[in-house]
Design a protein around this ligand. Structure first.
Ligand SMILES: [Zn+2]
Ligand SMILES: [Zn+2]
Length: 347
């Protein structure tokens, strides 16, 4: 079968790899608790982290590697134990694998597993024709292929909203309207919170509005502090989700959030950040990290997409075939602002 292989940083090729069905020993084996079933991959979404992998900028990626962690697939051979996972059913896939033994896993928070392995990062991903996956990683849903590919990227922001304990009584500000921030905006709106989207890119802010932001702040032309004060009657937002990863936005979240508010960090800062820690104490803040997503986040995002609350089409910047991906990755790498989300047709 064909697969997209990252041979080394900057080099992507379409090549033949062995089909997983050749290892049929554990297909539907009643004595194996870890039942795996065969999927035909139908569509794969590519995001900024795949671009990072291609460019060799993700230290967790080893080469050669097949990328792809945003997956729409059809079940080829149904499960013997799970009637909902029948042949022909469309599913999306949780790309995370956890160790079951570390402190996070023992606390039932496998999303933050110390030894997490993600498809397309530490193990081969979905840019290939067939995939063998444990049944527990599969989420059937009444969604089309593009919507199925949106589930995983939106769960990362939805998990941040869950960490921030967002309710309909809250005003939530989201710093950054890339894929992760957009997921947080959509999930916050879906929970009924008044949601403020903040970015420096007018196009991203327009999509954020379609995803449910009641207000937007373009910090290229507007004062973040003055606008937030104006929109919250002088209090500041109850919850701030930081999805940028810059020192200014890390600090800004603590400075702008209301007294006794919650700050959720999901962006990765590339350098150390200096803080006025007095604000942590004075405001008695809850400062939370957020990583990957839990099964509950997958279910919440599926409900959100099934209710058509997310602008799936508007947020896609291109659709390509597998053969077009090597050229596309080079073009994207030369001009990272050009795309945010690319869908790869595998049929
Ligand atoms: Zn992604
Ligand atoms: Zn673990």
């Amino acid at each position: 079968m064909r697969a997209l292989i990252l041979r080394r940083p900057g080099e992507a090729v379409v090549a033949a790899v062995e089909e997983p069905r050749l290892h049929g020993a554990f297909l539907n084996d009643p004595h194996n608790d870890d039942e795996k079933i065969l999927l035909k991959v139908r569509m794969v979404g590519l995001c900024g982290s795949d671009l990072n992998s291609f460019r060799g900028k993700n230290p967790m990626v080893s080469f050669p590697r097949i990328p792809g962690h945003e997956i729409a697939a059809t079940i080829v051979e149904g499960s013997t134990r799970h009637p909902a996972l029948a042949a022909g059913v469309n599913v999306t896939v949780s790309p995370y694998t956890n160790c079951a033994q570390c402190p996070s896993c023992l606390r039932n928070r496998p999303n933050a597993c110390q030894f997490n392995q993600t498809l397309g990062v530490q193990r081969d991903g979905a840019l290939t024709e067939y995939l063998l996956m444990p049944t527990e990683k599969l989420y059937p849903a009444k969604l089309n292929l593009q919507e199925l590919c949106w589930v995983e990227p939106l769960t990362v922001g939805a998990h941040a909203v869950c960490r921030g304990r967002v309710t309909a009584q809250d005003t939530v500000a989201v710093f950054g309207c890339g894929g992760v921030g957009l997921g947080a905006i959509a999930a916050s709106h879906f929970r009924g919170a008044r949601t403020i989207a903040i970015d420096i890119d007018a196009n991203k802010l327009a999509i954020a509005r379609m995803a449910g932001a009641a207000h937007t702040i373009d910090t290229q032309s507007e004062s973040l502090h003055e606008k937030l004060i104006e929109l919250t009657g002088g209090r500041g937002p109850d919850v701030i989700v930081e999805a940028v990863g810059q020192p200014e936005t890390f600090r800004g979240a603590v400075e702008e959030v209301a007294f006794t508010g919650r700050v959720v960090y999901i962006g990765y800062a590339k350098e150390p950040v200096a803080y006025e820690t007095r604000l942590f104490v004075q405001k008695e803040l809850d400062i939370l990290g957020s990583r990957n997503a839990l099964p509950g986040d997958f279910h919440e995002v599926i409900r959100m997409l099934e209710s058509h609350a997310f602008p799936v089409q508007a947020a896609i910047s291109g659709i390509a075939s597998l053969e077009e991906v090597p050229d596309l990755l080079r073009a994207w790498s030369d001009n990272p602002g050009r795309y945010t989300k690319i869908m790869v047709r595998m049929d």
